[in-house]
Structures are given as structure tokens and as C-alpha cells.
Design a protein around this ligand. Structure first.
Ligand code: NAD
Length: 420
């Protein structure tokens, strides 16, 4: 199976630092299982077939864990790369979980709610023998959400004949979801950024931040960074971006309620009823990436920093909240320019960490308070950051390669102990 060039390259480079890791790295270049199914759905009286996939990459550290996405471009290469990233991410954080990802090649916006439910249940009927709290634990991903997890869990429990809430994470609270899961990825990213700026002896109030993407991750990241004193000066969504010269940056809640009302961000630099250019102006998505800010946070799509715009990136710190937002070529150039990149496998791991907490709560029939969840998340994220930082300083390597080394060390120990 093909994985993205940057992921492949990071694995190869990290492996050179781990003695006798040839067999492990060869094993990691192939997923343990590629499960496929054709799901049938009756639409307007006609039978339609949708391809579904579940790629279980590695179970060396524990049961497989990873989201399910509904998107027309779902492919074996994309899902395989994301499953691989889940293996590395769980290992970087020291979670007792492996990596997986799944998807259905479908545009969910073209389905009625009833059809969406039927397709979600069909996915579970196809794969339920391979799912389970101790086998493979799915979660939401692009275009899937708590409601879809609720339908999937319900279908799964009907098929197995007993309750097993820990088989899925990202569930609504009423079905055993965890408090704090919605904000976990953004909050985890903000925790890592705070740790980094401490190392660099910088102060949040002096740092200007631009965030690309204002969905779950971008919104929560911006909000949590603002709460920590950073100045959020630019934001964007798929329809364009906004930037402000105001000394304190944007008030994220004001922008969020404006976006909710209008449906998009452009023009959301108005304060109350007053829209004045001194409060802000519109920018394109390309311009946002090239702004003269201290921290750039790609939190939308993959490959947005590539050979066409790398030389124009001014921010000295890049925080990969989206998966795979930087291409291999761009990564090499940015490293040569001494930019600090916090890689996706560390930066956006807050989501899977709180999913792990949800799994634990489900297995033990417990509910943790949100403060408790956030405290535990901060401990996990900062510990992982410290380990990665130390590795990177000691070996004078990028945070990405340091993250992969830490992950490979944990995977290698499990590999040896299992006597593979
Ligand atoms: P989302 O669908 O909630 O939000 C995506 C946002 O990106 C939307 O605001 C959309 O308008 C915007 N967008 C789309 N195209 C854009 C463009 N060209 N320029 C600027 N903005 C654009 O998705 P999300 O859950 O926030 O996920 C964002 C990224 O983070 C994805 O790469 C996802 O895989 C990754 N991620 C998410 C989580 C999580 O817990 N949600 C965890 C880890 C990684």
C-alpha cells in the first residue's frame, strides 16, 4: 500500500536512529488488515452501491483506533496513510492503542437523514465482526459526528446482543460520550503551543497567530489560544479569510457568532453593528498562509503548504492541526529555513487522547468531569511534548523526526516483547 511521501520519509529517517528496526519498519509500511465492502442503499426506489473501507494498520500497542470519514474521495491510499498516522500518534502519546481509519466513498450532503442513518448502519453490518472495545474502536472523522456514532453503536449492540459503549468514541454524552471531547483537539494543540513558547522564552501576548480553518479544530484552537493570551489576528474558512490590525486580535466568540449568523467568516471583523476597516479586512486563503505572523496554524486541509507557497511562508512557527498539511518538499525547505514545525502526530493528538479517556470511562462505567478530562489531557500532551522536545534537542533533529523516533521506540519494544 502507498503512504504519503512525507510520512514514508519520516518513518525511514526515524528508523535510522533505532537499532535493529528493519523488520518493524517493513511491517509498518503495510497495514495488518484492509477490509472492504460494497454497501447497498435504496435511494428513490433504486439500489445504489457505495464502497466502504476499514484499514487496520497496527495493533502492536493495543486495539486499533481511528475515525470513519464519509467523503467522495475516500481511497485506499488516503485511508491507509491516515491509519498509519493513527499508529504513530497513539505511540507518540504513549496510549495503549493501535492505528486504524475507515471511510465510505460518498457525498453525505446528497443523502437524506434517513439514508445517512441507513448507510451508517450498513457500515457496521459489514464490519461488526472486526469491531469491538478490545479489537477496533471507531470514532468520527470528516463528515461524521456524534449522531452517526450513536447509530453505529446502536446497530453494533443489536448485532452482538449486549451493551458495549466503549466500542465507539465521539458519542453523544447521553450514550457514554466524554465531556470535553468536542474541544479536545483544539485544546490539546493550544497546550502544546503553550509548552513550546515557554521553551522559546516567548510570551503569548507578544505572539500573533493566523488560523486556517474555522471548523471544530480551528475554532477551538483559536478560542483556547486566545484564552491563554495569544493574539488571533487572522482566521479563514472555505469561503475566505479575515485579518485585523487590532492590538488584541479577534474576539473568537464574537467572530463565531457572526459566522453562525452569516454562514461564513468574510465580513466578521465588524464590532457590534460597526464595520470599519480599522477593525479588519477580507483576505484570501492563500494570503492567510503568507501573513507576517508568529504562529501559523493550518487546521483545514492536507497539502496546503507545498512547493508553490513555501518560500512565501513568513511565520517562524507552524502548528499542524490538520493531518498532513505540509508536503514532503515543503517540509524540507521549511526545515532548511529553520522554521519550527509541530507535526500533526503531536499537535492534533488531543482528540485521540480524549477518545482514549472516553474508552476508559466506557469500559469502567464511569463519568469524569470536564475539568478532570482537561487536567488529564494537559498532563498527557505536555509529557509527550517534553519527550519530543528532549529528543529533538539531543539529536538536533526536527520535532517531526523526534516524534517518529519516540513512537518507533515504543512500537519496537512491543514488537520485541511479542517476539515477532
Ligand atoms: P471541520 O469540517 O469541522 O472544519 C474544517 C474547516 O476548514 C471548515 O471551517 C472549512 O470551512 C474550512 N476549510 C475548508 N477548505 C478550506 C480552505 N481551502 N481554506 C480555509 N479553510 C477551509 O473539520 P475539523 O474536524 O475541524 O478538522 C480539520 C482538520 O483537522 C482535518 O484535517 C482533520 O483530519 C484534522 N483533525 C481533526 C480532529 C478532530 O478531532 N476533529 C482530530 C485530528 C485531526
Amino acid at each position: 500500500m502507498k503512504i504519503s511521501p512525507l510520512v514514508d520519509n519520516s518513518l525511514i529517517q526515524a528508523a535510522t536512529h533505532i537499532p535493529n528496526s528493519d523488520k518493524l519498519t517493513t511491517a509498518l509500511t503495510q497495514p495488518e488488515h484492509i477490509l472492504k465492502a460494497d454497501l447497498s442503499l435504496t435511494q428513490n426506489g433504486e439500489k445504489q452501491i457505495y464502497s466502504a473501507l476499514r484499514i487496520q494498520h497496527s495493533s502492536l500497542l493495543g486495539p486499533y483506533k481511528g475515525g470513519i470519514r464519509f467523503h467522495p474521495q475516500v481511497s485506499e491510499e488516503e485511508v491507509g496513510t491516515l491509519a498509519f498516522l493513527m499508529t504513530i500518534k497513539c505511540a507518540v502519546l504513549g496510549l495503549p492503542l493501535g492505528g486504524a481509519k475507515g471511510g465510505i466513498a460518498v457525498d453525505p450532503k446528497k443523502l437524506t437523514e434517513q439514508e445517512l442513518e441507513e448507510l451508517s448502519r450498513a457500515f457496521v453490518r459489514a464490519f461488526y465482526k472486526n469491531i469491538g472495545q478490545d479489537k477496533d474502536i471507531p470514532a468520527p472523522d470528516v463528515n461524521t459526528n456524534g449522531q452517526i456514532m450513536a447509530w453505529m453503536l446502536d446497530e453494533y449492540e443489536k448485532l452482538i446482543g449486549h451493551k458495549e459503549p466503549a466500542a465507539f468514541t465521539g458519542k453523544p454524552i447521553a450514550l457514554g460520550g466524554s465531556k470535553g471531547r468536542d474541544r479536545a483537539t483544539g485544546a490539546g494543540g493550544a497546550m502544546i503551543v503553550s509548552s513550546l513558547v515557554q521553551k522559546l522564552n516567548k510570551h503569548p501576548k507578544d505572539l500573533k497567530v493566523a488560523v486556517q480553518g474555522f471548523g471544530n479544530v480551528g475554532y477551538h484552537m483559536a478560542k483556547e489560544l486566545q484564552a491563554r493570551g495569544f493574539r488571533i489576528v487572522a482566521l479563514s474558512d472555505s469561503k475566505g479569510g479575515i485579518v485585523t490590525e487590532q492590538p488584541n486580535g479577534f474576539d473568537i466568540e464574537v467572530v463565531a457568532s457572526c459566522k453562525k449568523e452569516k454562514g461564513y467568516l468574510a465580513g466578521c471583523y465588524c464590532v457590534g453593528g460597526v464595520c470599519d476597516l480599522k477593525f479588519g479586512r477580507k483576505i484570501s486563503n492563500e494570503e492567510l498562509l503568507e501573513l507576517d505572523v508568529d504562529i501559523l496554524v493550518p487546521a483545514a486541509l492536507e497539502d496546503v503548504i507545498n512547493k508553490n507557497n513555501t518560500d512565501k511562508i513568513k511565520a517562524p512557527i507552524i502548528v499542524e492541526m490538520a493531518n498532513n498539511p505540509v508536503t514532503l518538499e515543503a517540509d524540507e525547505i521549511l526545515n532548511n529555513h529553520k522554521k519550527v514545525i509541530i507535526p500533526d502526530v503531536l499537535a492534533n493528538a488531543g482528540g485521540v487522547t480524549v477518545s482514549y479517556f472516553e474508552w476508559l470511562q466506557g469500559k469502567e462505567n464511569k463519568y469524569w468531569e470536564e475539568n478532570d478530562v482537561m487536567e488529564k489531557l494537559e498532563k498527557k500532551m505536555t509529557e509527550a511534548f517534553e519527550e519530543v522536545w528532549r529528543e529533538s534537542e539531543e539529536k538536533d533533529i526536527s520535532l517531526r523526526i523526534a516524534s517518529y523516533i519516540n513512537a518507533l521506540e515504543r512500537l519496537q519494544s512491543a514488537y520485541n516483547l511479542r517476539s515477532y
